[in-house]
Design a protein around this ligand. Structure first.
Ligand code: NG6
Ligand code: CA
Length: 522
């Protein structure tokens, strides 16, 4: 009996030893494999850049050599989509992998809006963080901060750091909205405690100048909206008092965010990192650094696109100099389509010449037509991704699931599809369908077809002069023969229309009916 026990003990000991050896083998393997299989990930995201604004999609008047070089040496997507035709909903979908129409607050937010991503929600940075990545954002946030009333003079929270980012250096909302300050990990940068910040989106503070009563103080004139507090001679949306020392200088913003992105790479090059570099160009107010004034011949809108292209070139140089370019997957896109006059007189319309920000598509920012959501889109990974052009249907919504696959995470998401092979240029099997959103209204895309249900409201958003897609009738377009959406086939192709409506309703659910006028087919 004793002998038997001893025997069992020996067997057990032997098993434990083998097991331990295997474990330690696993660990060493994992560490060395990690070095190879955990490439850095960078998302470069522009603001209001149109499909046709870039050389790689055919622009000739605005020169974008740095973006072109990446796009032409990576996979350039001709059918790449933002989830929405405006900023907040697109960014919500990009980071959470959830369709923005599922979140009622995913609408263009004021600078005082609370955070709309739940701190318990899955996000791209949260998922990557769980796989050992250091995660950071530099640039535009516009997803709300705090949980109600924000005191800008204390740490502002929850924000990016509470939804997965280890590091954040952001502007709260947009360049045209107060507060006009940078916020690093929740703290306003350079704030003088003796000059506290107060923000109000409804009412000005006593004795403060504003865009309506003080035209003499303006160096940029407002066209519509944008007539509240004046900061740096530019009238903004919302009122702000105090915080003088912390206010950003608009012309330096591009350099400032670039430096932030470069420093982030330098500081984290020795660990797997994720960076969301959310650039502010060419959103209004367009304030190129003096180095870029006149660079495009198209006025400030063209100039800031040239400036953004330069920033991207400098950023890539940093990746190269720091020795991480070959180990970094880059995803480039824009949050929504183009707009010319978005509230300021800045010559965007007058100096447009023959440049076509829409690139032959219909509509623009705010629109359910193609130009609202079909945006510049490419992936680049030096030495790994084979150059190519893909017409697969891909959406920024898919980045979460695709990156989850990339880093071997078991995060599952409903709306976000794993298109990793498509993003890496190994497959052309994109999405079967996609729901796009503009101003809380939605449309359905499948293959070459797009179906827009009937919606109330003006056909043209007159202030910005963009066709937004409203019609009292169903619209059905076949983009293969009709890229510019000129021939509505709803009347003549009822079978296709019916099929599209049924599939749309199956995904969209009942909710959208509140937005539509009538959905009964004739
Ligand atoms: C609109 C602004 C527009 C822009 C947009 C947000 C007015 C009249 N217009 O409300 O200028 O700021 O919001 O753009 O105020 S986005 O790209 O961030 O969605
Ligand atoms: Ca935008």
């Amino acid at each position: 009996m004793k002998r038997l026990n001893q025997g069992i003990l020996y067997v057990l000991l032997a098993l434990i030893t083998v097991n331990c050896k295997e474990k330690s083998k696993e660990v060493t393997e994992a560490v060395s494999a990690e070095d190879i299989t955990q490439p850095n990930i960078v998302i470069i995201y522009t603001d209001d850049l149109g499909y046709g604004d870039v050389g790689f999609n055919g622009a000739t008047q605005i020169k974008t050599p740095n973006m072109d070089s990446l796009a032409n040496n990576g996979v350039r997507f001709t059918n790449g989509f933002a989830s929405s035709a405006t900023c907040t909903p697109s960014r919500y979908a990009l980071l959470t992998g959830v369709y923005p129409w599922r979140e009622k607050d995913a609408k263009i937010l004021p600078g005082t809006a609370p955070l709309i991503i739940g701190t318990d929600q899955m996000t791209v940075p949260k998922m990557l963080k769980s796989k050992g990545y250091y995660t950071g954002i530099v640039g535009k946030w516009h997803l709300g901060l705090g949980s109600g009333h924000v005191n800008w003079n204390e740490r502002v929270s929850p924000g990016p750091n509470e939804v997965g980012f280890d590091y954040s250096y952001i502007m709260a909302a947009t360049q045209d909205r107060v507060p006009t300050v940078y916020i690093e990990n929740g703290d306003v940068v350079g704030l003088d405690p003796n000059d506290p910040i107060e923000i109000n989106y409804n009412k000005n503070f006593e004795g403060q100048s504003n865009g309506v009563d003080n035209p003499e103080l303006l160096k940029m004139k407002w066209h519509h909206g944008h007539n509240s507090s004046i900061v740096n001679g530019i009238p903004r949306i919302g009122y702000m008092k105090g915080g003088e020392a912390a206010k950003w200088k608009d012309e330096d913003m591009a350099d400032h965010f670039l430096k932030g992105a470069q420093n982030y790479v330098k500081q984290h090059k020795s660990e797997p990192f994720f960076l969301y570099y959310a650039m502010q160009q060419p959103h209004v107010p367009r304030t190129p650094h003096p180095r870029f004034v006149g660079a495009s011949g198209l006025g400030p809108r063209g100039d800031v696109i040239v400036e953004a292209d330069w920033c991207i070139g400098e950023f890539i140089k940093t990746l190269e100099e720091e020795g991480v370019l070959k180990n970094t997957l880059i995803i480039f896109s824009s949050d929504n389509g183009p707009v010319l006059n978005d509230g300021y007189y800045d010559d965007a319309v007058e100096k447009l010449g023959s440049h076509t920000p829409r690139g032959g598509l219909r509509g623009g920012k705010y629109s359910l037509f193609e130009a609202g959501t079909r945006v510049p889109f490419f992936t680049y990974w030096k030495g790994t991704i084979q150059p190519g052009v893909s017409d697969a249907l891909v959406c920024q919504l898919d980045i979460l699931s695709s990156l989850a696959k990339f880093v071997d995470s078991d995060v599952e998401a409903n709306d976000s599809e794993d298109l990793l092979d498509v993003f890496l240029g190994k497959s052309n099997n994109g999405r079967e369908n996609l729901i796009i959103e503009a101003n809380s209204k939605t449309a359905y895309k499948e293959g070459d077809w797009v179906m827009i249900p009937p919606y109330n409201g003006p056909e043209i958003l007159s202030a910005v002069n963009i066709e937004i897609g409203n019609s009292k009738d169903f619209q059905l377009y076949n983009l293969k023969d009709d890229r510019g959406q000129q021939n509505n086939l709803a009347g003549t192709n009822q079978d296709k229309l019916r099929d599209m409506v049924i599939k749309f309703e199956a995904i969209r659910g009942e909710g959208y009916k509140q937005e539509t006028q009538k959905l009964e087919l004739k």
